[in-house]
Design a binder for this molecule. Structure first.
Ligand code: F6P
Length: 345
């Protein structure tokens, strides 16, 4: 059988490790043939392919990004003129002799995979995202690398914050989930962690920051890009949307720095880590998880287990229905705040 592989959505470290594992096991153990689709769902939509054999995946395990490219193309937004997105994908797969797809992505890419499966396309999903917000899996690969990058940044910010007696605000990614902020904040010993799941009280945050200064500590505030103040009038928004209807986030760190300066009279600076969190080489944890996901995904293709996503449950890799995995995002539960021993605003 000929199998197509694609990577969609925001890239993350570990994508190449999945591609490598899928292709190596598929070719060497199952005698499968592969074709890469470029830039997520744009590839099958436009029949844009890349050669994908054992030679093509040599040496890519430690490389960040994705050799196949990525995009946020949504085939369900392609409504003509002419055949719609689903019809074009079906025609192109048939034309290329591709009988199954391995789709590596987050909520959006796998949401499309679930809908295409319902339309009769053979798809197996692999969960990726630095945000760790996919339901039905304990962890996605990419998250551990992002957390380690953010933790290292926080470690470094502590020393300069202390030297200058400043409040330092670190804005991290994560979209509408606070996983990166929570884990990086805890690991880096932040004083305040602000997550999207819990709107924060600007007055209380500023009071707490003031209190930290009184005890002669320069406070570190980690804020998730999706976090927002209870007071709607203070909320920030770029107004820009992607093809899946997600608002472009960012700016809450700068808002906090400005408010802290205004209300405490102390200096505050904001560091936005941005795409640095998604770049570069994956951690060992992410390489292992991504490789295991890849091996199990191609096994699922071999077993004809379509419409399924591979997932981590505890230490085991299992299969869960794609539709279930993409039905609701996994958010930080309230009990995690009490465990963190940090001020949550
Ligand atoms: O989903 C991953 C992610 O990095 C989010 O944390 C962030 O909000 C978004 O992607 C950024 O997207 P873009 O790369 O399109 O700026």
């Amino acid at each position: 059988m000929r199998v197509g592989v694609l990577t969609g959505g925001g890239d993350c470290p570990g994508l190449n490790a999945v591609i490598r594992a899928v292709v190596r096991r598929g070719v060497q153990d199952f005698g499968l043939e592969f074709v890469g689709f470029r830039d997520g769902w744009r590839g099958p939509l436009e029949a844009d392919t890349a050669p994908l054999d054992v030679q093509a995946v040599r040496g890519i395990l430690p490389r960040g990004g994705t050799i196949l490219g990525s995009s946020r193309t949504n085939p369900f937004k392609e409504n003509g003129p002419g055949p719609n997105g689903v019809e074009r994908i079906k025609d192109n797969l048939a034309g290329l002799g591709v009988g199954a797809l391995v789709a590596i992505g987050g909520e959006d890419t796998l949401g499309v995979a679930a809908r295409l499966h319902a339309e009769g396309i053979n798809v197996v999903g692999v969960p990726k995202t630095i945000d760790n917000d996919l339901g039905a899996t304990d962890y996605t690969f990419g998250f551990d690398t992002a957390v380690n990058i953010a933790m290292e940044a926080i470690d470094r910010l502590h020393t300069t914050a202390e030297s200058h007696h400043r409040a330092l605000i670190v804005e991290v990614m994560g979209r509408h989930a606070g996983w990166i902020a929570l884990h990086a904040g805890m690991a880096g010993g932040a004083n305040v962690i602000l997550v999207p799941e819990r709107p924060f009280d600007m007055d209380k945050v500023c009071e707490y920051v003031q209190h930290r200064f009184q005890t002669r500590y320069a406070p570190i505030v980690v804020v998730a890009e999706g976090a927002h103040p209870k007071d709607e009038e203070l909320a920030v928004s770029s107004g820009k949307m992607d093809a899946f209807g997600h608002a472009q986030l960012g700016g809450v760190g700068a808002l906090l720095a400005a408010e802290i300066e205004k209300r405490t009279g102390k200096e505050a600076r904001c560091t936005v880590l941005g795409h640095v969190q998604r770049g570069g080489t994956p951690t060992a944890f992410d390489r292992v998880l991504a490789t295991r996901f890849g091996l199990h995904a191609v096994q699922a293709v071999r077993d004809g287990a379509f419409g399924q996503m591979v997932a981590l449950h505890g230490t085991e890799i299992v299969r869960v229905p794609l539709a279930e995995a993409t039905s609701a995002p996994k958010l930080v539960p309230t009990e995690r705040y009490a465990e963190a021993e940090v001020f949550f605003g």
